[in-house]
Design a binder for this molecule. Structure first.
Ligand SMILES: [Zn+2]
Length: 177
């Protein structure tokens, strides 16, 4: 057996690697079963969908390969009507892009926000996430980025039903600045 398949949690390889080091976890050698192994080479595989690591055992000196892949089952979002759908970065991005249309928010800031969102969701450790968690998180972040984008997002997300709710939200916002 030369290849071990590792299934890692969503979403980042880098997180997993850091975690491994922090927890003092080492991949066991498939030949002598010792934990004293090290990574000698890491490179992307399978069109960036996996990381291939060459590892070496410090005890018997043999080398083996591991592949780390994203976990394939999706994180489910529980919508307001209690139906579920897989989490979609594209969908979250679409909402943010609409709110940031013609606003001074860069593509980099938006992808940074999405990364932060996914880290946050990942750290919740739940397979099902209420859509409100996602909306509230994006709102908090947009508040720091651009007031107009924030109000646009909030008005769609909170479904402001009348001018009064909208006005009170603006007032709250102005007080904060
Ligand atoms: Zn060994």
């Amino acid at each position: 057996m030369d290849i071990l398949y590792l299934v890692l949690s969503y979403p980042y390889f880098a997180v997993a690697e850091l975690q491994e080091k922090k927890e003092g976890f080492f991949m066991r050698c498939p030949f002598c079963n010792d934990e004293d192994t090290k990574v000698v080479d890491s490179r992307p595989a399978d069109e960036q969908n996996a990381i291939r690591r060459r590892r070496e055992c410090n005890v018997c000196g043999k080398r083996f390969t591991t592949y780390e892949r994203l976990e394939t089952f999706p994180m489910m979002v529980v919508k307001k009507d209690d139906t579920r759908e897989p989490y979609s970065r594209e969908k979250a991005e679409k909402g943010i892009l609409l709110a940031c249309h013609k606003r001074p928010v860069s593509a980099e800031q938006i992808s940074g926000l999405l990364d932060e969102l996914e880290n946050y969701l990942f750290n919740l450790g739940d397979k099902e996430i209420p859509v409100t968690r996602i909306g509230e998180f994006i709102m908090t972040k947009l508040q720091d980025l651009d007031a107009v984008a924030y109000v646009r997002f909030a008005s769609v997300y909170r479904e402001f039903k009348d001018v009064d709710t909208f006005a009170s939200e603006i007032t709250k916002l102005l007080k904060k600045q």
